[in-house]
Write a protein that binds this ligand. Structure first.
Ligand code: UGA
Length: 480
Protein backbone atom coordinates (compact mmCIF):
# COMPACT_ATOMS: atom_id res chain seq x y z
CA UNK A 1 0.00 0.00 0.00
CA UNK A 2 1.05 3.63 -0.42
CA UNK A 3 1.22 5.44 2.91
CA UNK A 4 1.91 9.05 3.89
CA UNK A 5 2.96 9.72 7.48
CA UNK A 6 2.72 13.32 8.69
CA UNK A 7 5.06 14.11 11.60
CA UNK A 8 8.33 12.20 12.07
CA UNK A 9 8.81 12.17 15.84
CA UNK A 10 8.99 8.94 17.83
CA UNK A 11 5.56 7.75 16.78
CA UNK A 12 5.68 8.83 13.12
CA UNK A 13 9.21 7.66 12.42
CA UNK A 14 8.75 4.27 14.07
CA UNK A 15 5.45 3.86 12.19
CA UNK A 16 7.15 4.78 8.89
CA UNK A 17 10.12 2.45 9.37
CA UNK A 18 8.00 -0.52 10.48
CA UNK A 19 5.46 -0.13 7.67
CA UNK A 20 8.25 -0.22 5.08
CA UNK A 21 9.55 -3.41 6.71
CA UNK A 22 6.11 -4.90 5.98
CA UNK A 23 6.50 -3.95 2.31
CA UNK A 24 4.44 -0.76 2.21
CA UNK A 25 5.67 2.33 0.33
CA UNK A 26 5.98 5.20 2.80
CA UNK A 27 6.55 8.93 2.38
CA UNK A 28 7.30 10.66 5.68
CA UNK A 29 6.35 14.34 5.76
CA UNK A 30 8.18 16.53 8.29
CA UNK A 31 7.69 20.27 8.85
CA UNK A 32 10.88 20.84 10.88
CA UNK A 33 13.65 21.57 8.34
CA UNK A 34 16.38 20.60 10.82
CA UNK A 35 14.88 17.17 11.39
CA UNK A 36 14.22 16.70 7.68
CA UNK A 37 17.84 17.52 6.92
CA UNK A 38 19.04 14.98 9.49
CA UNK A 39 16.79 12.27 8.08
CA UNK A 40 17.81 13.06 4.52
CA UNK A 41 21.43 12.65 5.65
CA UNK A 42 20.53 9.21 7.13
CA UNK A 43 20.81 10.52 10.71
CA UNK A 44 18.09 9.84 13.27
CA UNK A 45 16.97 12.75 15.45
CA UNK A 46 16.78 10.47 18.52
CA UNK A 47 17.90 7.04 19.56
CA UNK A 48 15.54 4.10 19.32
CA UNK A 49 16.92 0.54 19.15
CA UNK A 50 16.53 -1.03 15.70
CA UNK A 51 15.07 2.08 14.09
CA UNK A 52 18.21 3.19 12.26
CA UNK A 53 18.39 -0.22 10.57
CA UNK A 54 14.77 0.03 9.44
CA UNK A 55 15.24 3.54 8.10
CA UNK A 56 18.47 2.60 6.32
CA UNK A 57 16.87 -0.48 4.81
CA UNK A 58 13.77 1.49 3.70
CA UNK A 59 15.86 4.19 2.09
CA UNK A 60 18.09 1.67 0.31
CA UNK A 61 15.21 -0.30 -1.16
CA UNK A 62 13.39 2.95 -2.02
CA UNK A 63 10.29 2.15 0.02
CA UNK A 64 10.92 4.98 2.50
CA UNK A 65 11.17 8.58 1.38
CA UNK A 66 11.01 11.90 3.22
CA UNK A 67 9.77 15.31 2.16
CA UNK A 68 8.78 18.71 3.57
CA UNK A 69 5.27 20.23 3.58
CA UNK A 70 5.83 22.09 0.29
CA UNK A 71 6.16 18.79 -1.58
CA UNK A 72 3.50 16.98 0.42
CA UNK A 73 0.34 17.49 -1.69
CA UNK A 74 1.12 14.92 -4.40
CA UNK A 75 2.11 12.28 -1.82
CA UNK A 76 -0.99 12.91 0.27
CA UNK A 77 -3.31 12.45 -2.69
CA UNK A 78 -1.40 9.38 -3.92
CA UNK A 79 -1.61 7.64 -0.53
CA UNK A 80 -4.09 4.85 0.31
CA UNK A 81 -3.69 5.70 3.98
CA UNK A 82 -2.58 9.06 5.42
CA UNK A 83 -1.39 8.81 9.02
CA UNK A 84 -1.09 11.89 11.25
CA UNK A 85 1.42 11.56 14.10
CA UNK A 86 2.11 15.14 15.20
CA UNK A 87 2.84 16.18 18.79
CA UNK A 88 -0.09 16.81 21.14
CA UNK A 89 1.39 17.98 24.41
CA UNK A 90 2.82 21.36 25.30
CA UNK A 91 5.85 20.08 27.19
CA UNK A 92 4.67 21.39 30.56
CA UNK A 93 1.80 19.15 31.59
CA UNK A 94 -0.87 20.37 29.15
CA UNK A 95 -2.44 19.15 25.93
CA UNK A 96 -1.54 21.02 22.77
CA UNK A 97 -4.03 20.37 19.97
CA UNK A 98 -3.38 23.38 17.74
CA UNK A 99 -0.81 21.51 15.64
CA UNK A 100 -3.25 18.62 15.19
CA UNK A 101 -6.15 20.94 14.25
CA UNK A 102 -4.01 22.80 11.71
CA UNK A 103 -2.61 19.57 10.34
CA UNK A 104 -6.03 17.97 9.81
CA UNK A 105 -7.19 21.16 8.08
CA UNK A 106 -4.23 21.11 5.70
CA UNK A 107 -4.13 17.38 5.04
CA UNK A 108 -7.79 16.32 4.80
CA UNK A 109 -8.63 18.09 1.53
CA UNK A 110 -5.84 16.15 -0.22
CA UNK A 111 -6.93 12.67 0.91
CA UNK A 112 -8.71 10.68 -1.83
CA UNK A 113 -12.27 9.58 -1.18
CA UNK A 114 -11.26 5.91 -1.44
CA UNK A 115 -8.29 6.40 0.92
CA UNK A 116 -8.37 6.88 4.72
CA UNK A 117 -7.16 9.53 7.15
CA UNK A 118 -5.80 7.91 10.31
CA UNK A 119 -4.90 9.81 13.49
CA UNK A 120 -2.24 8.05 15.54
CA UNK A 121 -1.28 10.72 18.09
CA UNK A 122 -2.67 10.52 21.63
CA UNK A 123 -5.42 13.12 22.09
CA UNK A 124 -7.65 14.36 24.91
CA UNK A 125 -11.21 12.99 25.03
CA UNK A 126 -12.79 16.42 24.42
CA UNK A 127 -10.84 16.79 21.17
CA UNK A 128 -12.14 13.41 19.98
CA UNK A 129 -15.68 14.32 21.07
CA UNK A 130 -15.50 17.53 18.99
CA UNK A 131 -13.65 15.99 16.03
CA UNK A 132 -16.74 15.36 13.83
CA UNK A 133 -17.57 19.06 14.20
CA UNK A 134 -14.00 20.03 13.18
CA UNK A 135 -14.23 17.76 10.12
CA UNK A 136 -17.55 19.35 9.21
CA UNK A 137 -15.98 22.83 9.44
CA UNK A 138 -13.08 21.80 7.20
CA UNK A 139 -15.30 20.03 4.69
CA UNK A 140 -18.95 21.04 4.94
CA UNK A 141 -21.08 18.05 3.85
CA UNK A 142 -17.97 15.86 3.94
CA UNK A 143 -19.90 12.70 4.85
CA UNK A 144 -19.25 11.43 1.32
CA UNK A 145 -15.55 12.05 1.69
CA UNK A 146 -12.76 9.78 2.93
CA UNK A 147 -13.10 7.71 6.13
CA UNK A 148 -11.45 9.19 9.24
CA UNK A 149 -10.21 6.83 11.97
CA UNK A 150 -8.13 6.80 15.14
CA UNK A 151 -5.39 4.24 15.53
CA UNK A 152 -3.69 4.87 18.89
CA UNK A 153 -0.17 3.56 19.32
CA UNK A 154 0.94 1.35 22.22
CA UNK A 155 4.69 1.45 21.65
CA UNK A 156 7.10 2.17 24.50
CA UNK A 157 10.40 3.94 23.92
CA UNK A 158 13.32 1.54 23.89
CA UNK A 159 11.11 -1.28 22.54
CA UNK A 160 9.04 0.69 20.03
CA UNK A 161 10.08 -1.28 16.93
CA UNK A 162 9.26 -4.62 18.54
CA UNK A 163 6.03 -3.24 20.00
CA UNK A 164 4.98 -2.06 16.54
CA UNK A 165 5.78 -5.21 14.57
CA UNK A 166 4.53 -7.58 17.27
CA UNK A 167 1.55 -5.74 18.74
CA UNK A 168 -0.71 -7.30 21.35
CA UNK A 169 -3.74 -5.58 19.78
CA UNK A 170 -4.55 -2.99 17.17
CA UNK A 171 -7.20 -0.48 18.16
CA UNK A 172 -9.24 1.24 15.47
CA UNK A 173 -11.59 4.05 16.47
CA UNK A 174 -14.25 5.11 14.02
CA UNK A 175 -14.69 8.84 13.59
CA UNK A 176 -16.35 8.66 10.17
CA UNK A 177 -16.53 5.42 8.18
CA UNK A 178 -20.12 4.70 7.10
CA UNK A 179 -19.22 2.11 4.45
CA UNK A 180 -16.47 0.53 6.63
CA UNK A 181 -13.96 1.04 3.80
CA UNK A 182 -11.53 2.71 6.21
CA UNK A 183 -11.68 -0.27 8.54
CA UNK A 184 -10.87 -2.58 5.62
CA UNK A 185 -7.91 -0.40 4.62
CA UNK A 186 -6.51 -0.64 8.15
CA UNK A 187 -7.00 -4.43 8.13
CA UNK A 188 -4.89 -4.50 4.96
CA UNK A 189 -2.29 -2.13 6.44
CA UNK A 190 -1.84 -4.39 9.47
CA UNK A 191 -2.15 -7.73 7.64
CA UNK A 192 1.40 -8.68 8.69
CA UNK A 193 0.89 -7.88 12.37
CA UNK A 194 -1.02 -11.04 13.28
CA UNK A 195 -2.79 -9.30 16.17
CA UNK A 196 -6.50 -8.87 16.92
CA UNK A 197 -7.98 -5.70 15.48
CA UNK A 198 -10.45 -4.11 17.90
CA UNK A 199 -12.84 -1.71 16.20
CA UNK A 200 -14.86 0.68 18.32
CA UNK A 201 -16.21 4.23 18.44
CA UNK A 202 -13.44 6.86 18.38
CA UNK A 203 -14.01 8.01 21.96
CA UNK A 204 -13.63 4.43 23.23
CA UNK A 205 -10.39 4.02 21.26
CA UNK A 206 -9.01 7.29 22.66
CA UNK A 207 -9.86 6.28 26.21
CA UNK A 208 -8.51 2.76 25.76
CA UNK A 209 -5.14 4.32 24.91
CA UNK A 210 -5.25 6.78 27.79
CA UNK A 211 -6.67 4.15 30.14
CA UNK A 212 -3.74 1.80 29.48
CA UNK A 213 -1.18 4.48 30.39
CA UNK A 214 -3.16 5.67 33.40
CA UNK A 215 -3.32 2.13 34.70
CA UNK A 216 0.44 1.62 34.24
CA UNK A 217 1.08 4.88 36.11
CA UNK A 218 -1.26 3.75 38.88
CA UNK A 219 0.61 0.44 39.22
CA UNK A 220 3.93 2.28 39.63
CA UNK A 221 2.56 4.68 42.25
CA UNK A 222 0.96 1.73 44.05
CA UNK A 223 4.34 -0.04 44.13
CA UNK A 224 5.92 3.13 45.50
CA UNK A 225 3.32 3.41 48.24
CA UNK A 226 3.79 -0.27 49.06
CA UNK A 227 7.56 0.31 49.29
CA UNK A 228 6.94 3.16 51.76
CA UNK A 229 4.75 0.82 53.83
CA UNK A 230 7.56 -1.76 53.78
CA UNK A 231 9.98 0.90 55.00
CA UNK A 232 7.58 1.85 57.79
CA UNK A 233 7.34 -1.74 59.05
CA UNK A 234 10.84 -2.99 58.22
CA UNK A 235 9.65 -5.30 55.42
CA UNK A 236 11.36 -5.84 52.07
CA UNK A 237 9.25 -4.81 49.07
CA UNK A 238 11.16 -7.15 46.74
CA UNK A 239 10.03 -10.16 48.76
CA UNK A 240 6.52 -8.77 49.09
CA UNK A 241 6.20 -8.19 45.32
CA UNK A 242 7.77 -11.56 44.52
CA UNK A 243 5.09 -13.29 46.47
CA UNK A 244 2.28 -11.10 45.10
CA UNK A 245 3.40 -11.81 41.52
CA UNK A 246 2.45 -15.48 41.83
CA UNK A 247 -1.17 -14.39 41.72
CA UNK A 248 -1.89 -14.13 37.98
CA UNK A 249 -4.42 -11.40 38.69
CA UNK A 250 -1.52 -9.24 39.91
CA UNK A 251 1.61 -10.26 38.00
CA UNK A 252 4.95 -8.51 38.31
CA UNK A 253 5.19 -5.91 35.57
CA UNK A 254 5.21 -2.17 36.21
CA UNK A 255 5.50 -2.70 39.95
CA UNK A 256 9.12 -1.66 40.39
CA UNK A 257 9.45 0.99 43.10
CA UNK A 258 11.89 3.86 42.79
CA UNK A 259 12.08 7.51 41.82
CA UNK A 260 8.89 7.21 39.79
CA UNK A 261 7.71 7.42 36.22
CA UNK A 262 9.00 10.01 33.76
CA UNK A 263 8.98 10.45 30.00
CA UNK A 264 6.68 12.22 27.60
CA UNK A 265 3.67 9.97 28.13
CA UNK A 266 2.84 8.76 31.64
CA UNK A 267 3.41 11.95 33.68
CA UNK A 268 1.77 14.25 31.13
CA UNK A 269 -1.18 12.00 30.54
CA UNK A 270 -1.92 11.61 34.25
CA UNK A 271 -1.70 15.39 34.79
CA UNK A 272 -3.66 16.21 31.65
CA UNK A 273 -6.42 13.71 32.38
CA UNK A 274 -6.90 15.03 35.91
CA UNK A 275 -6.93 18.59 34.60
CA UNK A 276 -9.36 17.94 31.71
CA UNK A 277 -11.72 16.03 34.01
CA UNK A 278 -11.66 18.81 36.62
CA UNK A 279 -12.50 21.34 33.92
CA UNK A 280 -15.81 19.56 33.36
CA UNK A 281 -16.36 19.25 37.12
CA UNK A 282 -15.31 15.60 37.33
CA UNK A 283 -12.98 14.80 40.23
CA UNK A 284 -10.35 12.06 39.86
CA UNK A 285 -9.07 11.39 43.39
CA UNK A 286 -7.18 8.22 42.49
CA UNK A 287 -5.25 9.78 39.60
CA UNK A 288 -4.58 12.86 41.71
CA UNK A 289 -2.93 10.58 44.26
CA UNK A 290 -1.00 8.74 41.53
CA UNK A 291 0.50 12.04 40.45
CA UNK A 292 1.23 13.19 44.02
CA UNK A 293 2.94 9.93 44.94
CA UNK A 294 5.01 10.05 41.75
CA UNK A 295 6.29 13.58 42.23
CA UNK A 296 6.94 12.82 45.93
CA UNK A 297 9.33 9.99 44.98
CA UNK A 298 11.81 12.49 43.56
CA UNK A 299 12.03 14.52 46.78
CA UNK A 300 12.08 11.31 48.79
CA UNK A 301 15.17 10.25 46.83
CA UNK A 302 16.88 13.57 47.66
CA UNK A 303 15.97 12.99 51.33
CA UNK A 304 17.45 9.48 51.15
CA UNK A 305 20.68 10.93 49.77
CA UNK A 306 20.74 13.53 52.55
CA UNK A 307 20.07 10.88 55.21
CA UNK A 308 22.79 8.67 53.76
CA UNK A 309 25.18 11.62 54.12
CA UNK A 310 23.97 12.40 57.66
CA UNK A 311 21.28 15.06 57.12
CA UNK A 312 22.52 17.43 54.39
CA UNK A 313 23.77 17.31 50.83
CA UNK A 314 25.14 20.86 51.00
CA UNK A 315 28.79 20.97 50.01
CA UNK A 316 28.84 17.23 49.25
CA UNK A 317 29.67 15.53 45.98
CA UNK A 318 26.89 13.38 44.54
CA UNK A 319 27.54 10.98 41.64
CA UNK A 320 24.30 10.58 39.70
CA UNK A 321 24.18 7.41 37.60
CA UNK A 322 21.66 7.69 34.76
CA UNK A 323 19.93 10.70 33.25
CA UNK A 324 17.38 9.35 30.76
CA UNK A 325 13.83 8.65 31.97
CA UNK A 326 14.44 4.94 31.36
CA UNK A 327 17.05 2.72 29.70
CA UNK A 328 17.17 2.07 25.94
CA UNK A 329 16.53 5.71 24.99
CA UNK A 330 18.29 9.08 25.00
CA UNK A 331 15.04 10.84 25.90
CA UNK A 332 15.25 13.31 28.79
CA UNK A 333 11.67 14.56 28.69
CA UNK A 334 10.38 14.71 32.26
CA UNK A 335 13.28 12.51 33.35
CA UNK A 336 13.20 12.25 37.17
CA UNK A 337 17.03 12.45 37.19
CA UNK A 338 16.97 16.03 35.90
CA UNK A 339 14.50 17.21 38.56
CA UNK A 340 16.63 15.46 41.18
CA UNK A 341 19.84 17.05 39.89
CA UNK A 342 18.23 20.51 39.99
CA UNK A 343 17.07 19.96 43.58
CA UNK A 344 20.49 18.73 44.72
CA UNK A 345 22.19 21.71 43.09
CA UNK A 346 19.66 24.06 44.71
CA UNK A 347 20.61 22.55 48.07
CA UNK A 348 24.28 23.27 47.44
CA UNK A 349 25.57 19.85 46.37
CA UNK A 350 28.04 19.24 43.56
CA UNK A 351 26.41 16.84 41.12
CA UNK A 352 28.49 14.79 38.68
CA UNK A 353 26.31 12.73 36.36
CA UNK A 354 26.94 9.95 33.88
CA UNK A 355 24.58 8.31 31.38
CA UNK A 356 25.55 5.67 28.79
CA UNK A 357 23.93 7.76 26.01
CA UNK A 358 26.29 10.55 24.89
CA UNK A 359 23.39 12.53 23.43
CA UNK A 360 21.64 12.51 26.80
CA UNK A 361 24.83 13.67 28.53
CA UNK A 362 25.31 16.64 26.17
CA UNK A 363 21.66 17.62 26.43
CA UNK A 364 21.51 17.31 30.23
CA UNK A 365 24.52 19.61 30.60
CA UNK A 366 22.55 22.26 28.70
CA UNK A 367 19.22 21.64 30.42
CA UNK A 368 20.58 21.65 33.98
CA UNK A 369 22.91 24.59 34.56
CA UNK A 370 25.61 23.69 37.08
CA UNK A 371 25.42 19.95 36.41
CA UNK A 372 28.83 18.39 35.78
CA UNK A 373 28.63 15.64 33.19
CA UNK A 374 31.25 12.89 33.25
CA UNK A 375 32.29 10.76 30.29
CA UNK A 376 32.46 7.51 32.25
CA UNK A 377 31.12 5.90 35.41
CA UNK A 378 34.64 5.95 36.84
CA UNK A 379 34.94 9.68 36.30
CA UNK A 380 31.50 10.28 37.81
CA UNK A 381 32.06 8.29 41.00
CA UNK A 382 35.62 9.40 41.69
CA UNK A 383 35.73 11.14 45.11
CA UNK A 384 31.94 11.00 45.45
CA UNK A 385 30.44 11.28 48.92
CA UNK A 386 27.39 9.37 47.76
CA UNK A 387 26.24 7.59 44.58
CA UNK A 388 22.62 8.00 43.50
CA UNK A 389 21.35 5.61 40.83
CA UNK A 390 18.59 7.25 38.78
CA UNK A 391 18.13 5.11 35.64
CA UNK A 392 18.03 1.31 35.54
CA UNK A 393 20.62 0.85 32.77
CA UNK A 394 21.64 -2.84 32.96
CA UNK A 395 25.31 -1.92 32.80
CA UNK A 396 25.09 -0.25 36.21
CA UNK A 397 24.00 -3.58 37.66
CA UNK A 398 27.02 -5.22 36.00
CA UNK A 399 29.60 -2.81 37.47
CA UNK A 400 32.52 -4.16 39.47
CA UNK A 401 31.42 -2.59 42.73
CA UNK A 402 34.48 -3.59 44.74
CA UNK A 403 36.53 -1.59 42.22
CA UNK A 404 34.15 1.38 42.51
CA UNK A 405 34.59 1.16 46.29
CA UNK A 406 38.24 2.14 45.85
CA UNK A 407 37.36 5.32 43.93
CA UNK A 408 34.69 6.96 46.06
CA UNK A 409 35.27 9.24 49.06
CA UNK A 410 32.57 7.43 51.00
CA UNK A 411 31.07 4.02 50.16
CA UNK A 412 27.43 5.09 50.23
CA UNK A 413 24.84 4.39 47.56
CA UNK A 414 21.15 5.16 47.18
CA UNK A 415 19.52 2.99 44.54
CA UNK A 416 16.68 5.01 43.02
CA UNK A 417 15.47 2.12 40.87
CA UNK A 418 15.83 -0.88 43.22
CA UNK A 419 18.11 -2.23 40.49
CA UNK A 420 21.19 -3.42 42.36
CA UNK A 421 21.74 -6.49 44.45
CA UNK A 422 22.09 -5.23 48.06
CA UNK A 423 24.10 -8.30 49.03
CA UNK A 424 26.73 -7.60 46.35
CA UNK A 425 26.88 -3.95 47.35
CA UNK A 426 27.19 -4.88 51.01
CA UNK A 427 29.97 -7.37 50.21
CA UNK A 428 31.78 -4.64 48.24
CA UNK A 429 31.76 -2.48 51.37
CA UNK A 430 28.93 -0.11 50.47
CA UNK A 431 26.20 1.20 52.73
CA UNK A 432 23.15 0.62 50.52
CA UNK A 433 19.68 2.08 50.69
CA UNK A 434 16.76 1.95 48.26
CA UNK A 435 12.95 2.09 48.24
CA UNK A 436 11.31 -0.37 50.65
CA UNK A 437 14.32 -2.66 50.96
CA UNK A 438 15.53 -4.03 54.28
CA UNK A 439 19.18 -3.25 55.08
CA UNK A 440 21.37 -6.28 54.39
CA UNK A 441 22.62 -6.52 57.97
CA UNK A 442 19.11 -7.39 59.06
CA UNK A 443 18.24 -9.69 56.17
CA UNK A 444 17.81 -13.32 57.22
CA UNK A 445 20.71 -15.01 55.41
CA UNK A 446 18.73 -18.02 54.15
CA UNK A 447 16.68 -15.69 51.94
CA UNK A 448 19.67 -15.18 49.67
CA UNK A 449 20.24 -12.08 47.56
CA UNK A 450 17.28 -9.90 46.79
CA UNK A 451 16.71 -9.50 43.09
CA UNK A 452 15.09 -6.75 41.12
CA UNK A 453 11.82 -8.31 40.14
CA UNK A 454 9.52 -6.21 38.10
CA UNK A 455 11.65 -5.28 35.14
CA UNK A 456 13.58 -7.93 33.26
CA UNK A 457 16.57 -5.67 32.71
CA UNK A 458 18.37 -8.19 30.55
CA UNK A 459 15.69 -7.63 27.90
CA UNK A 460 16.41 -3.94 27.61
CA UNK A 461 18.38 -3.34 24.44
CA UNK A 462 21.76 -1.84 25.22
CA UNK A 463 22.86 0.23 22.26
CA UNK A 464 26.60 -0.50 22.33
CA UNK A 465 27.23 -0.10 18.65
CA UNK A 466 25.21 3.07 18.40
CA UNK A 467 26.34 4.95 21.41
CA UNK A 468 29.43 6.39 19.85
CA UNK A 469 27.69 7.33 16.63
CA UNK A 470 24.51 8.80 18.06
CA UNK A 471 23.81 12.33 16.83
CA UNK A 472 23.01 15.10 19.32
CA UNK A 473 19.31 15.07 20.17
CA UNK A 474 17.20 18.12 19.59
CA UNK A 475 16.04 18.01 23.18
CA UNK A 476 14.67 21.50 23.47
CA UNK A 477 11.92 20.62 21.03
CA UNK A 478 8.96 18.41 21.55
CA UNK A 479 9.68 15.26 19.64
CA UNK A 480 6.77 12.89 19.39
C1 UGA B 1 4.47 4.42 27.81
C2 UGA B 1 3.68 3.10 27.77
O1 UGA B 1 4.37 2.10 28.52
C3 UGA B 1 3.49 2.62 26.33
O2 UGA B 1 2.69 1.45 26.30
C4 UGA B 1 2.79 3.74 25.53
O3 UGA B 1 2.55 3.36 24.18
C5 UGA B 1 3.66 4.98 25.57
O4 UGA B 1 3.83 5.38 26.96
C6 UGA B 1 2.96 6.09 24.81
O5 UGA B 1 1.89 6.55 25.25
O6 UGA B 1 3.43 6.47 23.73
P1 UGA B 1 7.07 5.05 27.70
O7 UGA B 1 6.67 6.45 28.01
O8 UGA B 1 8.04 4.82 26.59
O9 UGA B 1 5.78 4.15 27.33
O10 UGA B 1 7.72 4.46 29.03
P2 UGA B 1 7.37 3.30 30.06
O11 UGA B 1 8.07 2.06 29.71
O12 UGA B 1 5.91 3.22 30.29
O13 UGA B 1 8.08 3.88 31.39
C7 UGA B 1 7.62 5.10 31.96
C8 UGA B 1 8.35 5.39 33.22
O14 UGA B 1 7.95 4.51 34.27
C9 UGA B 1 9.89 5.26 33.18
O15 UGA B 1 10.43 6.40 33.81
C10 UGA B 1 10.20 4.00 33.96
O16 UGA B 1 11.45 4.01 34.57
C11 UGA B 1 9.08 4.04 34.99
N1 UGA B 1 8.75 2.71 35.57
C12 UGA B 1 8.35 1.69 34.76
C13 UGA B 1 8.83 2.54 36.95
O17 UGA B 1 9.16 3.47 37.70
N2 UGA B 1 8.49 1.32 37.49
C14 UGA B 1 8.09 0.28 36.70
O18 UGA B 1 7.79 -0.81 37.26
C15 UGA B 1 8.02 0.47 35.31
Amino acid sequence: MRIAVVGLGYVGLVTSGCLTRWGHEVVGIEADPKRLEMLSGAQLPFYEPGLDELVREGRENGRLRFCGPLDAAEHLSAADVVIIAVGTHDGSGGWQTTTMTTCIGEVLPHVRQNAALVIRSTLPPDFIRDLPQLLEEIEPNGAERCPVLLNPEFTAEGTAVRDFVEPQRIVVGIVRDPSRDGERLLEKLYASAGAPILTMPAIDAALSKLGANLFLATKISFANELAALCDAFGADVTEVLRSMAFDPRIGSSFLRPGIGFGGSCLPNQVTMTVRSAEMIGHAMPLLNAVERVNVGQRSHFVELLATALGERVTGRRVALLGLTFKPGTDDLRDAPALAIARELLAQGATVVAYDPMPTARYAAAVLVPGLVVAESVIEAVRSADVIGLATEWPEFAALEWSHIRGLVAQPVIVDGRNLLDPVILHAAGFRYSAFGRRPVEEAPSELGPAIALALPVEEIPVPDALRAAAPPSVVDEVIW
